[in-house]
Design a protein around this ligand. Structure first.
Ligand code: FAD
Length: 402
């Protein structure tokens, strides 16, 4: 396997760097750096999406015929890495990277023509209605019900942990359209308007006090039959396709490398226990090196997956390995920042967002202000998109053959 970048890829990297230097504003970088949550607020994320869309780079993972760039997997990786190193906000994934691939793979021509451009323009902001109270890891046990009534389905039930449902105007939902012998049968994949009388959203505050997730209630809410993706009862297969994209659709190593770099730079200005810069302490260096090795190993696995994709092979169960490593390393990097800032890292002001003009001024530094909230929020990494235990189970079965 050859990991050295070709001259054309290096030229592409320079093109991306030039673009980022010209278009990634200080406001967006600050918004990203001071967002403690997994997703950035839409006011930051959507601004960055619009800039990328104007350049034609927003849907860089989509096929060209649907508005994609036609980049090779390696070019996509370079793009993600350069964006992360430059401090760009992470992209809004729910529309762009989760439901869009479902639409262009399984959708009707009308669904593709209507919905895909609206994701690119930012007109539609999506949320994901899969998990329910009591149905998370065991997703197939879901009970939210969709009953056919002429041209519409009537939906009753609730969805749990729905990220950014309070911002979204659309939701993609797994709902039970029939009760078969196997729980996986009888689940359908529906697209719905959030802004209708039968839907209400209840905020859930995370450990750090952030409002990122919600419970969504459906009380005779409507979904058009024309907005069902695939056949009635085929939703489980579509959900599995989406979940594989959720776990492996983006490369994780670039963002972790960028965050680790930032912690290392900050450690040059923080005192260690002997009064000298923390960055010079042998224990600190050893700890950072151990995490960096894990991230570099992750980067190699991700490049290997890209190599597979470039050769027309599916990403496979290695995506579970990536999700597992990423979650652990994400938490280790956030722990590193907490330890580095010491007492200053313990501040947890409830005012949000931290980047707003009326937010309280940080004690010590911006990095210290966001450290505790980030540490607390990143506990969720080992839970969403399939918990660490569930990923380990997949690896045990499909990779190790246990
Ligand atoms: C911040 C956050 C954002 C989220 N956003 C969304 C969203 O936008 N949309 C959405 O649909 N969902 C979302 N989720 C839900 C997420 O996917 C579920 O929380 C996750 O799948 C786990 O389900 P659960 O919470 O019901 O826990 P459970 O499934 O009840 O798990 C409880 C514990 O049991 C363990 N366990 C369960 N089954 C097994 C098994 N077979 N083997 C070993 N151990 C097992 C788990 O690892 C866990 O430790 C989000 C969750 C979080 C925390």
């Amino acid at each position: 396997m050859e990991f050295a970048f070709a001259p054309a890829d290096m030229a592409f990297r320079d093109e991306v760097r030039t673009f980022l230097a010209e278009h990634l504003t200080e406001e967006l970088k600050r918004g990203a750096a001071l967002s403690p949550t997994v997703f950035v607020e839409p006011e930051i994320g959507q601004k960055w999406n619009a800039i990328l869309n104007a350049k034609g780079w927003l849907a860089y993972q989509w096929p060209k015929e649907h508005g994609g760039t036609g980049w090779t997997p390696i070019q996509r990786y370079i793009f993600e890495k350069e964006c992360a190193l430059a401090g760009a906000p992470p992209l809004t994934v729910l529309g762009l990277k989760l439901v869009a691939p479902v639409m262009y793979t399984f959708g009707t021509p009308d669904q593709k023509a209507y919905y895909l451009p609206r994701i690119l323009s930012g007109e539609d902001y999506w949320c994901q209605g899969f998990s329910e109270p009591g149905s998370g890891s065991d997703l197939a046990s879901l009970r939210c019900k969709a009953e056919r009534d002429g041209d519409v389905y009537r939906i009753n039930g609730s969805k749990m942990w729905t990220t950014h449902a309070h911002h979204a105007n659309k939701i993609f939902v797994l709902a039970r359209t029939s009760n078969g012998a196997r729980p996986q049968a009888g689940i359908s994949f529906l697209l719905m308007d959030m802004h209708q009388p039968g839907i209400s959203v209840r905020p859930i505050l995370t450990l750090a006090g952030d409002h990122e997730v919600n419970q969504v209630f459906f009380d005779n809410a409507e979904a058009r039959v024309a907005d069902r993706i695939g056949e009635e009862g085929d939703g489980w297969g579509i959900a599995k396709f989406l979940l594989e994209n959720e776990r492996g659709g983006s490369c994780h190593a670039p963002e972790l490398l960028a965050d680790l770099d930032a912690v290392e730079v900050a450690a040059r200005g923080e005192p260690g226990s002997d009064g000298r810069p923390l960055a010079e302490s042998r224990d600190w260096k050893r700890r950072v090196a151990r995490i960096r090795l894990q991230v570099e190993a992750l980067e190699l696995i991700e490049l290997r997956i890209l190599d597979n994709i470039a050769k027309g092979r599916p990403p496979g169960p290695q995506t579970s390995l990536c999700k597992l490593i990423k979650s652990d390393v994400r938490q280790a990097v956030d722990m590193l920042a907490m330890d580095m800032y010491g007492l200053a890292g313990l501040q947890l002001d409830p005012a949000r967002p931290f980047y707003a003009h009326n937010a309280p001024p940080p004690i010590h530094s911006d990095g210290a202000q966001v450290a505790a909230a980030r540490y607390l929020n990143s506990r969720a990494w080992t839970i969403f998109g399939g918990t660490n235990e569930v990923q380990s189970g997949i690896i045990a079965k499909t990779v190790l053959g246990l």
